[in-house]
Design a protein around this ligand. Structure first.
Ligand code: SF4
Length: 346
């Protein structure tokens, strides 16, 4: 990533942190009152709450108790497309709302925070990415779901971390050379696992990039019985220490079915909420994010996912704030790449 994008990520991160600090602190009775209002509004609006594993646990619980879903971005996309409701509140980050809109143009899609973005999305601007692809016309273009609709529109395939390996293996069997964007760590993991011919874009996730291998090794030595579960957006040296590598839903499933009782988790700590709910008798520990004496930028929690809150959800339902639109020409092209993934993983 060049300095322009590093600065843009830093500025956007600062904005997210400030907004998160400014959020009103709700006491338990205020939370209860807003949750009751949201439940009523979801019903009267025939709306549904679709949320990612990384958002606040209280929002995850609310989605599950009102007939919505908590999942990874692949299942969020599928659920949003297949549900009967015509109004969807997407609690996550911008590209998730865009994907929901692309797949269901007739539905109204709202987000609790319009400004919730993603460092991978910021680090892969449309024009630079188009130029990069134009320089390698012989390569099939695969983009991770964590990109803008415009970048997806330039791609041949969209993938998520739960299906990226299978799709790349499928293309490798056909001896197709590839471009993979934007996450360099996931790209490197896929390249190693499949041996495919891949040109990787140089982006990273501010959360996963910060997991530290030295400290993780130390923690592992202190807890030799604990299984280390790592998301492949983490650096290679962290992935190498894993007992299991996978997407959020794959990590969750591993923790449910494993005979182990202790786990060290190298992904956003929002997932630990779902893990604890599914396995209340097991113990979960965050993988270390900061080197000796250093400070972390995200501390294992995405500041943009943190922007989703109860007030934002209520405002979307009461005042129609945060509605997502995607220009038709972009949506039509992006839908082709997203549908390839949905058909492949059916
Ligand atoms: S956790 Fe990382 S990949 Fe996910 S939304 Fe935040 S910055 Fe993007």
């Amino acid at each position: 990533m060049n300095n322009n994008y590093i600065n843009k990520v830093e500025n956007t991160l600062t904005l997210a942190r400030v907004k998160n600090w400014q959020k009103p602190k709700l006491n338990e009775s205020q939370k209860f009152s807003i949750i009751e209002k949201i439940k009523k509004k979801l019903k009267s609006n025939n709306a549904v709450l679709v949320c990612h594993f990384y958002v606040d646990g209280i929002i995850q619980d609310l989605a599950l108790s009102t007939g919505g879903v908590v999942s990874d971005s692949l299942e969020m996309a599928r659920f949003g497309r297949d549900c009967s409701q015509k109004k969807i509140i997407v609690a996550g980050v911008r590209f998730m709302g865009e994907t929901a809109k692309i797949l269901s143009p007739e539905k109204k899609i709202f987000m609790p925070s319009f400004e919730a973005t993603c460092s991978l999305d910021i680090g892969c601007p449309q024009n630079e990415f188009n130029n990069f692809c134009d320089e390698h016309p012989e390569r099939t273009v695969i983009v991770y779901a964590n990109t803008s609709a415009a970048v997806k529109a330039r791609s041949d395939w969209t993938v998520t971390s739960s299906c990226a390996l299978d799709i790349v293996k499928h293309l490798k069997e056909k001896k197709i050379p590839l471009i993979f964007a934007p996450d360099k760590h996931l790209g490197s993991y896929i390249t190693k696992k499949t041996g495919a011919d891949i040109l990787n874009w140089d982006g990273h996730c501010v959360v996963h990039d910060e997991f530290k291998s030295f400290e993780l090794k130390n923690l592992k030595e202190k807890m030799p019985d604990a299984k280390v579960l790592v998301h492949p957006e983490s650096p290679d040296v962290v992935v190498e220490l894993a007992d299991f590598v996978g997407s959020t839903s794959q990590l969750l499933n591993f923790s449910i079915h494993s005979s182990s009782n202790r786990f060290i988790i190298a992904t956003d700590n929002g997932l630990i909420h779902a893990m604890r709910k599914k396995s209340p008798n097991k113990s979960f520990f965050e993988a270390p994010t900061a080197g000796n004496g250093a400070t972390c930028k995200s501390c294992a929690h995405c500041p943009w996912m943190e922007m989703n809150d109860l007030n934002g959800i209520l405002s979307a339902l009461e005042n129609s704030t945060g509605e997502i639109f995607v220009p038709e020409e972009i949506a039509t092209k992006a839908m082709v790449a997203i549908n390839k993934m949905l058909d492949f993983t059916k």
